[in-house]
Design a protein around this ligand. Structure first.
Ligand code: PMP
Length: 408
C-alpha cells in the first residue's frame, strides 16, 4: 500500500466512528481531579487511569514537583549524556534500585524509550528473543530494531516458553537467548507466571531474563515493590524495567539490574538515552516523592487491593466477562470493535470514563473496555460505576449468561 492508501484507510476507519459519534480516542479532558474528569462539559468518574495509587493529585507530590520547577527550571536543556544530567537522576536511580531489590538502575525519559533503548543494545541479530505473545508494543518495537530472531510463546504458557528456550539454545549456540515478559499484562490485568518463568532461568542460568513491570510497580510486592518481589524471584531476573507513568504519578522509565558493568554499558550505549533529552526535574522529583510516600504509607497499596477485589467480585456478580484479571486492571470483554465503541460511548453518556481496546491491541473479536481502579476511588464513586455497568451490561447483552449459544 502506498502512503496515501494507508492514510486513506486509517482516515476512513476513524471518520466512520466519528460520524456515528462513538470515536472514543483523543477526547480532550478539560479538567481533572484524579478520580473524576471533565470532558465536553460533563463530569465523569475516571476508571481508565494508570495512576493506580492516585499520587498524581497528592498535594505532597504536586508541591515537590512545583518546587523542583523553581529550583531546576522546566526543561532539562539536554540529554543526560551531555548537559541534562542532574544529581536528582542519580538519587532516583539509587532509590529505585533499592526499592526493587537490585544493585543499580538507569533512568530514562519514558517507559517506551527505556525498552527501545535497552533492548536496542542488549540484543543483536545473532540472538533469539522469546516473548510472551501479549507483551507490550514497546518490547516488540525494541526487538524489531535489533533484527534478532523473535519467537513468541502462548500467553503465560511457561512450558512452551521452556521448549522455545531449549530449541533456541540448540539451534543457535553462539547467540544469547532472552526471555521477556510483563509482570502484569496491561490489557488483561493478568499476572505473569513469574515463578514458572523463573524456574526456566534456574534451569538455564545463561539465558537473560527481562521483566517489564510497568503495571506491577506500586501495585504488587511488599509495599508496591513489584511483581518480581510478589513472587520472591527478584534474584532470578537479570533486568527489571519499570515506568513512572502509572503508579509513580509522572512520566519516565528505568531499568534495574545487579550487574553494574551491564548498567554502565546501557547508560553509555542506549541510543534513546544519548540522543534524547533527560527526564525533567519536576518529573524526577515526583517519583522521588512517590517513593517516600510508598515507603511511609504501604497501606495505600492495601487500599488499592481492597478496591480492586471489591470491583472484581462485583463485576462477576453482574455477570461481566473479565478473563483472569488479578490486578487493578479489569477488562470487560465485549466482542466486536463496534460494540466496544458503543459501550464506551454509553458509559460516557452515563457519567463514566473508560475506553475500549480493539484489535491489534487485543486479539480480533475480543474487543474490551479497559477499566482500571485507583486506591483513591471512593465508595460512592464505585457504587455509581457498578449501577451504570449493571444497566449497560443488560442493555448490550454482554453478560456471561447472554453468551450462551442458541440450541441447534
Ligand atoms: N511497558 C508496558 C507494559 C506498558 O503498558 C507501557 C505503557 N502503557 C510501556 C511499557 C510504556 O511506558 P510509558 O507509557 O511510560 O512510555
Amino acid at each position: 500500500m502506498t502512503l496515501r492508501q494507508r492514510c486513506d484507510h486509517v482516515n476512513a476507519l476513524y471518520s466512520s466512528i466519528s460520524a456515528q459519534g462513538i470515536n472514543p480516542y483523543f477526547r480532550p479532558i478539560a479538567k481533572t481531579w484524579g478520580t473524576e474528569v471533565e470532558v465536553e462539559g460533563r463530569r465523569l468518574i475516571m476508571i481508565g487511569s494508570n495512576d493506580y495509587l492516585g499520587l498524581s493529585h497528592d498535594p505532597r507530590v504536586m508541591d515537590a514537583s512545583a518546587k523542583a520547577v523553581y529550583e531546576w527550571g522546566t526543561g532539562p536543556g539536554g540529554s543526560r549524556f551531555l548537559s541534562g544530567n542532574m544529581v536528582l537522576h542519580h538519587q532516583l536511580e539509587e532509590r529505585l534500585a533499592a526499592f526493587v531489590g537490585k544493585r543499580g538502575a538507569v533512568v530514562h525519559v519514558t517507559g517506551f524509550s527505556t525498552n527501545m533503548g535497552a533492548l536496542g543494545v542488549l540484543v543483536t541479530p545473532a540472538d533469539t528473543v522469546i516473548c510472551d505473545r501479549e507483551n507490550h508494543a514497546s518490547i516488540f518495537e525494541g526487538i524489531k530494531n535489533t533484527r534478532a530472531r523473535l519467537v513468541t510463546f502462548a500467553h503465560n504458557d511457561a512450558a512452551q516458553a521452556m521448549q522455545r528456550v531449549e530449541a533456541a539454545k540448540a539451534s543457535r549456540p553462539d547467540g544469547d537467548v532472552f526471555l521477556i515478559t510483563e509482570g502484569v499484562f496491561s490489557m488483561s490485568g493478568e499476572l505473569a507466571v513469574l515463578d514458572e518463568l523463573a524456574a526456566i532461568k534456574e534451569a538455564h542460568p545463561d539465558i537473560i531474563f527481562y521483566l517489564d513491570d510497568a503495571h506491577g510497580l506500586g501495585v504488587f510486592g511488599r509495599g508496591g515493590r513489584g511483581a518480581a518481589d510478589h513472587f520472591g524471584i527478584t534474584d532470578k531476573v537479570d533486568f527489571i524495567m519499570g515506568t513512572f507513568s502509572k503508579s509513580m504519578a509522572s512520566i519516565g522509565g528505568f531499568i534495574a539490574a545487579d550487574d553494574e558493568d551491564m548498567l554502565r554499558y546501557l547508560r553509555y550505549q542506549s541510543r534513546t538515552q544519548i540522543f534524547s533529552a533527560a527526564l525533567p526535574a519536576a518529573n524526577t522529583v515526583a517519583v522521588l516523592t512517590c517513593l517516600d510516600i510508598l515507603e511511609r504509607e504501604p497501606e495505600r497499596v492495601d487500599r488499592l487491593h481492597e478496591v480492586t477485589m471489591r470491583m472484581r467480585q462485583a463485576y462477576r456478580d453482574i455477570g461481566l466477562r473479565i478473563g483472569n484479571s488479578a490486578s487493578p486492571i479489569i477488562p470487560i470483554i465485549i466482542g466486536s470493535d463496534e460494540k466496544a465503541f458503543q459501550f464506551s460511548r454509553a458509559l460516557f453518556e452515563a457519567g463514566v470514563f473508560a475506553l475500549p481496546a480493539v484489535y491489534p491491541a487485543v486479539p480480533r473479536g475480543q474487543a474490551l473496555i479497559r477499566t482500571a481502579y485507583m486506591s483513591t476511588h471512593q465508595d460512592r464513586q464505585l457504587d455509581f460505576v457498578l449501577t451504570v455497568l449493571d444497566r449497560l451490561a443488560r442493555e448490550f447483552g454482554v453478560r456471561e449468561c447472554d453468551m450462551v449459544a442458541e440450541p441447534g
